[in-house]
Design a binder for this molecule. Structure first.
Ligand code: ADP
Ligand code: MN
Ligand code: MN
Ligand code: MN
Length: 330
């Protein structure tokens, strides 16, 4: 696979219509089951796992009335499968629905060629050091923009609440933002956006890595910054509620880190725009802190906070769930 533009691959995504409504309803869909022993979700002698439909998106690959259905996994006895973090998160979101929790996730990820080289990097060597790549433009600075554009179009068509895209600090690392989404829908939209990315990258012969530190050395890691607000935080004077939430978060740093992604210790080193995994810090406009209050939020006195600790490989249900639990339910 050579590293160049693929206009023939991008064209169908550019042609997707925008703004069509989903023509299906959750209760029209039946419960299905699959072989959980093939996915390490069940033992062979009791392998059937139930799929309960949870969210519907439009299918950008087949078009028309075709849909993609996100489902929750349940065991034979009716208990949620151990891989099903949505079940618990949905309960938390239900309990906290009066505060109207909103989230915006910044999903960072890294592209690799089939041979294991970061996509577009010189084979057996390295590109120039970090600096000219973040939000960059131009050949040699950004890689696979056509794939990124295809993904953005596919998300818009599917009905995912995608809000932006940017090239990241490390070359061939990218980010998309999904949100603001309320409550449990945040996890649904992020998982479907990830699925579309991996499916589309397949067409390009590109591998997507969600590892939080895909390359050792002086290269930025990949996170999933979690922006969060409640109704109170979004209204004038909301800074008091933001500060109260930060105070509560500071008391449960370790509990949060435990569900903020695997191998996150390789990323949260206190360098490369991260806070150290062992300490909780916060500050306005501080990209080396655990929690950052964006500058415009500090200036206007209300808005939202950014939890910078979550890694790129998080389960968004676990992260949004514990944030609401810590700040609203304890
Ligand atoms: P950064 O400056 O950290 O790179 P981004 O612009 O990439 O920030 O992402 C900001 C995210 O915050 C977006 O997903 C956006 O939808 C989300 N966001 C904006 N306002 C709110 C809010 N009030 N509550 C929660 N999330 C919000
Ligand atoms: Mn961002
Ligand atoms: Mn980023
Ligand atoms: Mn951020």
């Amino acid at each position: 696979m050579t590293d160049h533009y693929h206009p023939d691959l991008l064209a169908p995504f550019l042609a997707l219509p925008q703004g069509d409504k989903i023509q299906a309803d959750l209760d029209q869909l039946r419960i299905w089951d699959f072989d959980g022993s093939s996915t390490n979700q069940a033992p062979g002698h009791d392998s059937d796992i139930y799929l309960r439909p949870a969210a519907i998106f439009k299918d950008p690959f087949r078009g028309g009335n075709n849909i993609l259905v996100l489902a929750e996994c349940y065991n034979n006895d009716g208990t949620p499968n151990r891989t099903n973090y949505r079940h618990h998160a949905a309960k938390i979101m239900e309990q906290a629905k009066d505060v109207q929790p909103w989230f915006g996730l910044e999903q960072e990820y890294t592209l690799f060629s089939m041979d294991g080289t970061p996509y577009g990097w010189p084979k057996g060597g390295f590109p120039g050091p970090q600096g000219p790549y973040y939000c960059g433009a131009g050949a040699g600075k950004v890689f696979a923009r056509d794939l990124i554009e295809a993904h953005y179009r596919a998300c818009l068509y599917a009905g995912i609440n995608i809000s932006g895209i940017n090239a990241e600090v490390m070359p061939s690392q990218w980010e998309f933002q999904v949100g603001p989404c309320e409550g449990i829908s945040m996890g649904d939209h992020l998982w479907m956006a990830r699925y579309l990315l991996v499916r589309i990258a397949e067409q390009w012969g590109i591998k997507v890595s969600f590892h939080p530190k895909p390359l050792q050395g002086d290269w930025n890691g990949a996170g999933c910054h979690t922006n969060y607000s409640t109704k109170e935080m979004r209204e004038p004077g909301g800074m008091k509620a933001i500060e109260a939430a930060i105070e509560k978060l500071s008391k449960r740093h370790n509990e949060h880190i435990a569900v903020y992604g695997e191998d996150n210790d390789l990323r949260l080193t206190g360098r490369h725009e991260t806070g150290h995994i062992g300490t909780f810090t916060s500050g306005v406009a501080n990209r080396g802190a655990s929690i950052r209050i964006p500058r415009h939020v500090g200036a206007q006195g209300y808005g939202y906070l950014e939890d910078r600790r979550p890694a790129s490989n998080i389960d968004p249900y676990r992260v949004t769930g514990i944030i609401v639990e810590t700040t609203c339910l304890l």
